[in-house]
Design a protein around this ligand. Sequence first.
Ligand code: R5P
Length: 286
Amino acid sequence: MTTIIPGSTSQALAAAVADELGGTLTVPTYRRFSDGETLAAIPAFDDSEAVIVASTATNDAHIELLQLQDAAREAGAETITTVIPYLGYARQDKAFKEGQPISVRAVAKAISTGTDRVLLVEPHEPAVTDFFSVPAEPIGAAGLLAEPLSGLDDPLFVAPDEGAIELATTARDAYGEGTVDYFEKHRDRDTGEVELTPSDAPVEGRDVVVVDDIIATGGTMSGAIAVLDGRGAADIYAVCVHPVLAESALTKLSAAGVERVIGTDTLETAVSDVSVAPAVAAKLTE
Ligand code: R5P
């Protein structure tokens, strides 16, 4: 049997994975001390195999994951698999300016010390798996984004930048109908401002699904939606694997004219309508 250990921000997903696997869901305690330090602890267990399911969207979540890994080893787990539904810092995968770190390499090194294997759900770049010193693999989730979509009129699947073309194509293929197009994006690395250059694809009267891996501040997605809305698109759907939804992201999307925002439960939010649990369980049992 396998013991499933949830991070504090992945509790529903970990429970769903435990259900899929028929594993034992353990109940950790998560505490914060008055000096700001945190302490995640788990009850004793007998299984030789532990699976930790923990997204690392915040600095605290990174520390919590390291603590859960250490606690699992301390409890006697012989093999530990770390499933990271959303890997924070994945977008800092190079030093974009002199003096900057490759942040994802730094966190990957730390995570590798406490586990035998890592699984990452739709990482920003699959190549980040190379930064881990234990076997690490991506789990694709873009196809799942089509699950809540139905009855679209002459659908167009749009990637808001070139990096998302594969995701948009996978979502289109899973939906089973429609064409794929993409915008060119330039982000100012100092201000974070996004400039989008749309293609000439006809959108008038068509339902459009904008597909990205992450909606963080919503700048990229709302920029694309505003352009599509201005060109007479019918219903516009914003779909992503990781609904980070920082600051006023949801309001930006509404103001831009979105019909519906759809995300997965790699981050448990109000728009996490799709579960990656079956895909995670399938990978774990491969
Ligand atoms: C960037 O390459 C990513 O794929 C997303 O487009 C980006 O992270 C979204 O960020 P934001 O919502 O802040 O524009």
